[in-house]
Ligand binder design. Structure first.
Ligand code: ZN
Length: 256
């Protein structure tokens, strides 16, 4: 069995165990090396974890099929955008992950810019402290909107199912990593944020000031892939918006 097939067959178990392991690891890190102490046990963490449970129940109950299952179903279709050219597997895989990442980046920007969507997304921003559990604090409808977007993309692209598994993993684990309250030395933080969003960078996005929050639409660099692509050789508005978002994240005055 190929690695890709292994990924797809054991998708649920793999995602759940990776998510659980990273959650526990980050909880331990923020306990022993806290930045602000937001990771201390508090009732809000229970609220966040309960929301995560409700979110996954909503997805299971209201969606007959989730992104990975749909990808498996449409895999053999030849009219998906990624199937239009006979690219090597690795290239299709990479492109699929990047396209998904960029789509979620734009989704996050719209969540901040469209008032109706902001009403959903502000549940995430209403957390009174920021620690690893904030990374799973989302309104169930926001999660449903996001799944709708991913399903649409899978339908249009017909990507390799393993790429969807990897993307979903990056998305969930990335959210935990960017919200956790562990301290990185400033030198390491500076080097890491060149490629990935660090917690200190993402914390600005959770400012109580709306201008800072939108300016850093930090998911611009949510998993880091979008940001690294945008700061690469892509001469588009995307590059400008990502660069401004990333550099704006150096602004002071964050709440949390
Ligand atoms: Zn946001």
């Amino acid at each position: 069995m190929s690695i890709a097939a292994l990924f797809v067959t054991h998708e649920a178990a793999m995602r759940l165990s990776a998510f659980g392991a990273v959650l526990l690891l980050l909880a331990a890190l923020q306990w022993h090396w806290p930045t602000r102490g937001d990771g201390r046990p508090a009732r809000r963490q229970l609220t966040n974890l309960t929301l995560a449970l409700i979110d996954s129940l909503v997805l299971r109950v209201f969606f007959p099929m989730l992104a990975v299952s749909l990808a498996i179903t449409v895999e053999s279709r030849s009219d998906g955008l990624l199937g239009a050219v006979a690219w090597p597997y690795w290239l299709e895989f990479t492109l699929a992950v990047l396209v998904f990442d960029l789509a979620i980046y734009w989704q996050h920007r719209l969540l901040h810019q469209i008032p109706l969507l902001w009403r959903l997304h502000r549940v995430h921003h209403s957390d009174i402290a920021i620690d690893v559990t904030s990374g799973v604090r989302f309104h169930p409808l926001e999660i449903a909107v996001s799944m709708g977007l991913k399903l649409g993309l899978v339908w249009v692209l017909a990507p390799p199912p393993a790429a969807v598994v990897v993307f979903e993993l990056l998305l969930s684990v990335g959210s935990l990593i960017t919200h956790a309250d562990y301290a990185l030395s400033s030198g390491l933080d500076r080097r890491v944020r060149w490629l990935l969003v660090t917690p200190s960078m993402h914390r600005i996005h959770h400012s109580t000031r709306r201008d800072e929050t939108t300016a850093t639409s930090a998911s611009t660099c949510r998993s880091g892939i979008a940001c690294s692509v945008a700061t690469g050789p892509i001469p588009s508005g995307l590059k400008a918006s990502c660069l401004s978002a990333c550099s704006a994240s150096a602004m002071p005055r964050s709440r949390a």
